[in-house]
Ligand binder design. Sequence first.
Ligand code: SF4
Length: 358
Amino acid sequence: MTDRILARAADGGRITPEEAILLYETAPLDELGAAADEVVRRRFGDEITYNVNAHLNPTNICVVGCGFCAFAVWTEKDERAYAYSVDQLVERAGQLVSHGITELHIVGGMTKEYDLPYYEELFSELKSAYPHVALTALTAVEIDFISRISKVSHREALERTRAAGHDTMPGGGAEVFSSRVREIIADRKVPAETWLEVHREAHGQGMRTNATLLFGHFETPAEQVDHMNRLRELQDETGGFQAFIPLPFLPGNTDFAYLPGPNREEKLRTIATARLFLDNFAHIKGHWVMLGEQITSDALRFGLDDLSGTLIEERIAHATTVETPLGLSQDRMADLIRSGGKVPAQRDTLYNEISAAV
Ligand code: SF4
Protein backbone atom coordinates (compact mmCIF):
# COMPACT_ATOMS: atom_id res chain seq x y z
CA MET A 1 0.00 0.00 0.00
CA THR A 2 2.71 2.48 0.94
CA ASP A 3 4.86 1.50 -2.09
CA ARG A 4 2.69 3.35 -4.56
CA ILE A 5 2.43 6.43 -2.36
CA LEU A 6 6.19 6.50 -1.83
CA ALA A 7 6.84 6.10 -5.55
CA ARG A 8 4.49 8.99 -6.39
CA ALA A 9 5.96 11.25 -3.71
CA ALA A 10 9.55 10.39 -4.69
CA ASP A 11 8.61 11.32 -8.24
CA GLY A 12 7.50 14.78 -7.09
CA GLY A 13 3.77 14.03 -6.96
CA ARG A 14 1.55 15.51 -4.27
CA ILE A 15 0.32 13.26 -1.46
CA THR A 16 -2.73 13.81 0.70
CA PRO A 17 -2.65 14.36 4.46
CA GLU A 18 -4.15 10.89 4.95
CA GLU A 19 -1.38 9.37 2.82
CA ALA A 20 1.27 11.28 4.77
CA ILE A 21 -0.08 9.94 8.08
CA LEU A 22 -0.07 6.42 6.64
CA LEU A 23 3.56 6.83 5.52
CA TYR A 24 4.63 8.18 8.91
CA GLU A 25 2.93 5.36 10.77
CA THR A 26 3.50 2.32 8.56
CA ALA A 27 6.12 2.79 5.82
CA PRO A 28 9.36 0.86 6.43
CA LEU A 29 11.88 3.39 7.74
CA ASP A 30 14.52 2.73 5.09
CA GLU A 31 11.96 3.02 2.27
CA LEU A 32 10.58 6.26 3.71
CA GLY A 33 14.11 7.69 3.87
CA ALA A 34 15.00 6.51 0.36
CA ALA A 35 11.94 8.21 -1.12
CA ALA A 36 12.72 11.48 0.69
CA ASP A 37 16.35 11.27 -0.39
CA GLU A 38 15.23 10.77 -3.98
CA VAL A 39 13.30 14.06 -3.82
CA VAL A 40 16.40 15.85 -2.48
CA ARG A 41 18.73 14.30 -5.08
CA ARG A 42 16.46 15.29 -7.94
CA ARG A 43 16.39 18.89 -6.72
CA PHE A 44 19.93 19.41 -5.46
CA GLY A 45 22.06 16.42 -6.39
CA ASP A 46 24.37 15.57 -3.50
CA GLU A 47 24.80 19.16 -2.34
CA ILE A 48 23.88 20.15 1.22
CA THR A 49 23.96 23.85 1.98
CA TYR A 50 24.72 25.68 5.23
CA ASN A 51 25.23 29.26 6.26
CA VAL A 52 27.61 30.90 8.69
CA ASN A 53 25.53 32.67 11.28
CA ALA A 54 25.26 33.60 14.93
CA HIS A 55 22.33 34.16 17.24
CA LEU A 56 21.64 37.35 19.16
CA ASN A 57 18.98 36.97 21.86
CA PRO A 58 18.31 40.48 23.22
CA THR A 59 16.57 39.35 26.42
CA ASN A 60 15.39 36.15 28.07
CA ILE A 61 12.62 37.88 30.04
CA CYS A 62 9.31 36.75 28.55
CA VAL A 63 5.71 37.22 29.60
CA VAL A 64 4.45 34.30 27.53
CA GLY A 65 5.83 31.50 29.72
CA CYS A 66 5.65 28.43 27.46
CA GLY A 67 5.99 25.18 29.38
CA PHE A 68 8.40 23.70 26.82
CA CYS A 69 10.85 26.62 26.98
CA ALA A 70 14.05 26.35 29.03
CA PHE A 71 15.41 29.68 27.80
CA ALA A 72 13.02 32.28 29.21
CA VAL A 73 12.43 33.62 32.72
CA TRP A 74 9.30 35.43 33.89
CA THR A 75 10.83 38.51 35.49
CA GLU A 76 13.96 40.60 35.75
CA LYS A 77 14.11 39.55 39.41
CA ASP A 78 15.11 36.03 38.35
CA GLU A 79 18.86 35.63 38.82
CA ARG A 80 19.13 34.18 35.30
CA ALA A 81 17.48 37.24 33.72
CA TYR A 82 19.40 39.39 31.28
CA ALA A 83 18.42 42.30 29.03
CA TYR A 84 20.81 43.87 26.55
CA SER A 85 20.71 47.42 25.26
CA VAL A 86 21.02 48.21 21.56
CA ASP A 87 24.61 49.40 22.12
CA GLN A 88 25.57 46.16 23.85
CA LEU A 89 24.11 44.07 21.03
CA VAL A 90 25.82 46.11 18.31
CA GLU A 91 29.12 45.69 20.13
CA ARG A 92 28.56 41.93 20.48
CA ALA A 93 27.60 41.74 16.79
CA GLY A 94 30.94 43.34 15.94
CA GLN A 95 32.77 40.48 17.66
CA LEU A 96 30.63 37.92 15.83
CA VAL A 97 31.09 39.61 12.44
CA SER A 98 34.85 39.23 12.83
CA HIS A 99 34.24 35.43 12.62
CA GLY A 100 32.93 35.79 9.06
CA ILE A 101 29.18 35.45 9.67
CA THR A 102 26.80 36.40 6.86
CA GLU A 103 23.65 36.36 9.01
CA LEU A 104 22.49 37.36 12.47
CA HIS A 105 19.52 35.39 13.81
CA ILE A 106 17.76 37.67 16.30
CA VAL A 107 14.97 36.33 18.52
CA GLY A 108 14.29 36.63 22.20
CA GLY A 109 11.85 36.99 25.03
CA MET A 110 8.83 39.29 24.93
CA THR A 111 8.61 42.08 27.46
CA LYS A 112 7.28 45.58 27.10
CA GLU A 113 10.63 47.39 26.97
CA TYR A 114 11.44 45.45 23.79
CA ASP A 115 8.96 47.22 21.58
CA LEU A 116 8.82 48.32 17.96
CA PRO A 117 11.07 51.41 18.41
CA TYR A 118 13.67 49.21 20.17
CA TYR A 119 13.87 46.85 17.21
CA GLU A 120 13.84 49.68 14.66
CA GLU A 121 16.85 51.19 16.43
CA LEU A 122 18.61 47.82 16.77
CA PHE A 123 18.16 46.88 13.11
CA SER A 124 19.16 50.28 11.78
CA GLU A 125 22.29 50.38 13.99
CA LEU A 126 23.28 46.86 12.95
CA LYS A 127 22.70 47.59 9.26
CA SER A 128 24.65 50.80 9.38
CA ALA A 129 27.59 49.07 11.12
CA TYR A 130 27.48 45.76 9.16
CA PRO A 131 25.55 46.30 5.92
CA HIS A 132 26.67 42.96 4.46
CA VAL A 133 25.14 40.91 7.30
CA ALA A 134 21.55 39.74 6.75
CA LEU A 135 19.13 40.13 9.67
CA THR A 136 16.87 37.09 10.13
CA ALA A 137 14.80 38.35 13.00
CA LEU A 138 11.58 38.31 15.01
CA THR A 139 9.26 35.32 14.93
CA ALA A 140 5.63 35.87 13.98
CA VAL A 141 4.82 35.71 17.69
CA GLU A 142 7.25 38.56 18.36
CA ILE A 143 5.88 40.62 15.47
CA ASP A 144 2.41 40.19 16.93
CA PHE A 145 3.67 41.16 20.41
CA ILE A 146 5.49 44.32 19.34
CA SER A 147 2.51 45.29 17.18
CA ARG A 148 0.20 45.05 20.17
CA ILE A 149 2.38 46.88 22.67
CA SER A 150 3.22 49.58 20.14
CA LYS A 151 -0.47 49.73 19.02
CA VAL A 152 0.12 49.25 15.30
CA SER A 153 -1.04 46.64 12.77
CA HIS A 154 1.12 43.69 11.73
CA ARG A 155 1.46 45.44 8.39
CA GLU A 156 2.84 48.63 9.91
CA ALA A 157 5.15 46.76 12.28
CA LEU A 158 6.66 44.81 9.39
CA GLU A 159 6.89 47.86 7.14
CA ARG A 160 8.79 49.70 9.86
CA THR A 161 11.14 46.86 10.83
CA ARG A 162 11.87 46.24 7.14
CA ALA A 163 12.61 49.92 6.56
CA ALA A 164 15.11 49.66 9.44
CA GLY A 165 16.91 46.67 7.90
CA HIS A 166 14.92 43.54 8.78
CA ASP A 167 15.61 41.09 5.93
CA THR A 168 13.87 37.77 6.62
CA MET A 169 11.82 36.12 9.36
CA PRO A 170 12.73 32.87 11.11
CA GLY A 171 10.09 30.19 11.54
CA GLY A 172 9.83 29.98 15.31
CA GLY A 173 6.68 30.26 17.38
CA ALA A 174 4.74 27.85 15.17
CA GLU A 175 5.28 24.95 17.63
CA VAL A 176 2.36 22.65 16.69
CA PHE A 177 -0.71 24.37 15.27
CA SER A 178 -3.14 22.01 17.02
CA SER A 179 -5.07 24.01 19.62
CA ARG A 180 -5.22 20.85 21.80
CA VAL A 181 -1.41 20.67 21.94
CA ARG A 182 -0.93 24.44 22.25
CA GLU A 183 -3.16 24.37 25.30
CA ILE A 184 -0.71 21.93 26.93
CA ILE A 185 2.67 23.35 25.91
CA ALA A 186 2.08 27.05 25.20
CA ASP A 187 -1.34 28.12 26.42
CA ARG A 188 -0.50 31.85 26.45
CA LYS A 189 1.00 31.91 22.98
CA VAL A 190 -1.00 33.35 20.08
CA PRO A 191 -2.99 30.80 18.07
CA ALA A 192 -1.98 29.23 14.78
CA GLU A 193 -4.19 31.64 12.83
CA THR A 194 -2.17 34.64 14.08
CA TRP A 195 1.15 32.97 13.24
CA LEU A 196 -0.07 32.19 9.73
CA GLU A 197 -1.54 35.68 9.26
CA VAL A 198 1.77 37.38 10.14
CA HIS A 199 3.63 35.19 7.63
CA ARG A 200 0.97 35.90 4.99
CA GLU A 201 1.50 39.62 5.57
CA ALA A 202 5.30 39.26 5.41
CA HIS A 203 5.08 37.30 2.17
CA GLY A 204 2.72 39.94 0.76
CA GLN A 205 5.39 42.56 1.45
CA GLY A 206 7.93 40.46 -0.47
CA MET A 207 9.69 39.10 2.59
CA ARG A 208 10.93 35.50 2.71
CA THR A 209 10.30 33.49 5.88
CA ASN A 210 10.79 30.01 7.34
CA ALA A 211 8.45 27.68 9.21
CA THR A 212 9.14 25.32 12.11
CA LEU A 213 7.44 22.36 13.77
CA LEU A 214 8.30 21.49 17.38
CA PHE A 215 7.73 17.73 17.50
CA GLY A 216 8.10 14.79 19.85
CA HIS A 217 6.08 15.79 22.92
CA PHE A 218 2.27 15.51 23.06
CA GLU A 219 1.33 15.70 19.39
CA THR A 220 0.06 12.80 17.30
CA PRO A 221 1.25 11.99 13.75
CA ALA A 222 -2.08 13.37 12.49
CA GLU A 223 -1.40 16.67 14.30
CA GLN A 224 2.09 16.84 12.78
CA VAL A 225 0.63 16.37 9.31
CA ASP A 226 -2.18 18.86 9.95
CA HIS A 227 0.52 21.40 10.88
CA MET A 228 2.39 20.72 7.65
CA ASN A 229 -0.84 20.86 5.67
CA ARG A 230 -1.65 24.36 6.92
CA LEU A 231 1.85 25.44 5.91
CA ARG A 232 1.50 23.81 2.49
CA GLU A 233 -1.78 25.62 1.92
CA LEU A 234 -0.24 29.01 2.77
CA GLN A 235 2.75 28.24 0.57
CA ASP A 236 0.40 27.43 -2.33
CA GLU A 237 -1.14 30.87 -1.78
CA THR A 238 2.00 33.00 -1.31
CA GLY A 239 5.17 31.05 -2.20
CA GLY A 240 6.99 33.02 0.49
CA PHE A 241 8.46 30.24 2.63
CA GLN A 242 12.06 29.26 2.04
CA ALA A 243 12.53 26.35 4.43
CA PHE A 244 10.67 24.03 6.78
CA ILE A 245 12.61 23.26 9.96
CA PRO A 246 11.52 20.26 12.07
CA LEU A 247 12.70 20.90 15.64
CA PRO A 248 12.84 17.92 18.03
CA PHE A 249 11.55 18.72 21.50
CA LEU A 250 14.34 18.89 24.10
CA PRO A 251 12.83 18.15 27.52
CA GLY A 252 15.78 19.15 29.73
CA ASN A 253 15.07 22.03 32.14
CA THR A 254 11.47 22.44 30.89
CA ASP A 255 8.10 21.79 32.60
CA PHE A 256 8.02 18.52 30.66
CA ALA A 257 11.41 17.18 31.71
CA TYR A 258 9.70 13.87 32.51
CA LEU A 259 9.13 13.22 28.79
CA PRO A 260 11.78 11.27 26.87
CA GLY A 261 11.80 13.49 23.78
CA PRO A 262 11.64 11.98 20.30
CA ASN A 263 13.85 8.99 19.55
CA ARG A 264 16.00 8.51 16.45
CA GLU A 265 13.29 6.81 14.42
CA GLU A 266 10.69 9.45 15.28
CA LYS A 267 13.09 12.21 14.23
CA LEU A 268 13.89 10.54 10.92
CA ARG A 269 10.21 9.76 10.22
CA THR A 270 9.17 13.37 10.80
CA ILE A 271 11.94 14.72 8.58
CA ALA A 272 11.28 12.27 5.74
CA THR A 273 7.50 12.72 5.89
CA ALA A 274 7.96 16.49 5.75
CA ARG A 275 10.18 16.21 2.66
CA LEU A 276 7.59 14.05 0.91
CA PHE A 277 4.52 16.06 1.96
CA LEU A 278 5.83 19.63 1.55
CA ASP A 279 6.29 19.44 -2.19
CA ASN A 280 6.08 23.22 -2.52
CA PHE A 281 8.83 23.96 0.04
CA ALA A 282 12.26 24.28 -1.56
CA HIS A 283 14.21 23.32 1.55
CA ILE A 284 13.96 21.07 4.59
CA LYS A 285 16.48 22.46 7.05
CA GLY A 286 18.08 20.54 9.92
CA HIS A 287 18.82 22.36 13.16
CA TRP A 288 21.93 20.33 14.01
CA VAL A 289 22.17 21.72 17.55
CA MET A 290 18.80 20.20 18.45
CA LEU A 291 19.04 17.05 16.33
CA GLY A 292 22.54 16.17 17.52
CA GLU A 293 25.44 15.57 15.16
CA GLN A 294 24.89 11.81 14.61
CA ILE A 295 21.19 12.13 13.78
CA THR A 296 21.91 15.15 11.60
CA SER A 297 24.40 13.06 9.65
CA ASP A 298 21.85 10.23 9.28
CA ALA A 299 19.07 12.68 8.35
CA LEU A 300 21.07 13.91 5.37
CA ARG A 301 19.80 10.72 3.70
CA PHE A 302 16.23 11.20 5.01
CA GLY A 303 15.27 14.46 3.36
CA LEU A 304 17.41 17.28 4.73
CA ASP A 305 19.10 19.45 2.11
CA ASP A 306 20.22 22.33 4.31
CA LEU A 307 21.68 22.81 7.79
CA SER A 308 21.23 25.69 10.15
CA GLY A 309 24.34 27.70 10.43
CA THR A 310 27.59 27.29 12.17
CA LEU A 311 25.92 29.00 15.14
CA ILE A 312 28.81 30.79 16.70
CA GLU A 313 26.50 31.90 19.51
CA GLU A 314 23.29 30.15 20.55
CA ARG A 315 21.42 30.29 23.88
CA ILE A 316 17.96 28.84 23.35
CA ALA A 317 18.69 25.16 22.70
CA HIS A 318 21.67 25.31 25.04
CA ALA A 319 19.34 26.36 27.89
CA THR A 320 18.11 22.75 27.80
CA THR A 321 20.53 19.89 28.19
CA VAL A 322 21.79 19.48 24.62
CA GLU A 323 25.29 18.08 24.34
CA THR A 324 26.13 19.66 21.00
CA PRO A 325 28.96 22.20 21.11
CA LEU A 326 28.24 25.94 20.97
CA GLY A 327 29.65 26.41 17.49
CA LEU A 328 30.83 24.31 14.61
CA SER A 329 33.76 25.53 12.57
CA GLN A 330 33.19 25.54 8.83
CA ASP A 331 35.61 22.61 8.54
CA ARG A 332 33.64 20.59 11.05
CA MET A 333 30.34 21.50 9.37
CA ALA A 334 31.81 20.30 6.06
CA ASP A 335 32.98 17.07 7.73
CA LEU A 336 29.51 16.53 9.22
CA ILE A 337 27.95 16.87 5.77
CA ARG A 338 30.51 14.56 4.19
CA SER A 339 29.90 12.00 6.94
CA GLY A 340 26.35 11.76 5.61
CA GLY A 341 27.71 11.07 2.12
CA LYS A 342 26.93 14.54 0.78
CA VAL A 343 28.78 17.57 -0.56
CA PRO A 344 28.89 20.81 1.49
CA ALA A 345 28.29 24.26 0.02
CA GLN A 346 28.07 27.59 1.85
CA ARG A 347 25.03 29.76 1.07
CA ASP A 348 23.72 33.16 2.07
CA THR A 349 20.38 33.87 3.74
CA LEU A 350 18.47 33.82 0.43
CA TYR A 351 20.11 30.54 -0.65
CA ASN A 352 22.56 32.08 -3.11
CA GLU A 353 25.65 29.92 -3.14
CA ILE A 354 28.74 31.59 -1.68
CA SER A 355 31.18 28.76 -2.22
CA ALA A 356 31.31 25.05 -2.78
CA ALA A 357 33.49 23.58 -0.07
CA VAL A 358 36.30 21.35 -1.26
S1 SF4 B 1 9.24 29.89 23.65
FE1 SF4 B 1 9.38 32.08 23.15
S2 SF4 B 1 7.38 32.88 23.75
FE2 SF4 B 1 7.59 30.91 24.81
S3 SF4 B 1 8.48 31.44 26.82
FE3 SF4 B 1 10.21 30.92 25.43
S4 SF4 B 1 10.87 32.92 24.64
FE4 SF4 B 1 8.79 33.22 25.49
